[in-house]
Design a protein around this ligand. Sequence first.
Ligand SMILES: [Zn+2]
Ligand SMILES: [Zn+2]
Length: 220
Amino acid sequence: MLVQKLIELLAPAYCVGCTKEGDWLCRNCQTASVIVPAPACYRCEKLTLNGDTCTGCREVGGLTRVTSAAVYGGPVKELIRVLKFKRGRSAAGVAARLILQHLPAVADFDLVTAVPISPSRYRERGYNQSELIAKIIASQVGVPYRSALMRSTSVHQIGRSRSERLAAIRGSFQAIRPVDGRRILVIDDVLTTGATLAECAAVLSAAGASSVQGATVARR
Ligand SMILES: [Zn+2]
Ligand SMILES: [Zn+2]
């Protein structure tokens, strides 16, 4: 495991857009080929200020906003693959940079956490990519990172509709600590329907959070 970690950290990175050695996404490719999604309500995709959840979709204890740094596609699709399946430890910095560029200038959260992966997935991968990203964001913003959620089951969501996903994911997260009065930012890699982040928000709100927002590297 230690050797694996060292390889991941020390082997050179190649830009997922142009294969230039140095970083997983060079500045040129980021500017030229990363499509930034218009800020929109995560549920109905109506355009809103800062990507806030629109009033029609806002529920008690629900997500107040989801910030996504890129449209899922092009080099970002490859970056997500690197994060998940190959070199998460070395690619997390680039992913965090993308998200940080789209968070509000003045942080309106005081705790950062991550969507957990199942224990079996964690053993297989050796890391949780969202947790790696979340820790970097927390340290850059200057607020604490805490793991606050546990995932009990791994739900296969591909091909499901939003309501099917929500129903399937209900009950698969538990809060592992009280988060009384905290304004929490939850990090995930990709936003698909928002069902996962919405369920995390519901669980964190039940554990005492005063507000919960999400941020993802990409939005489908
Ligand atoms: Zn490049
Ligand atoms: Zn909406």
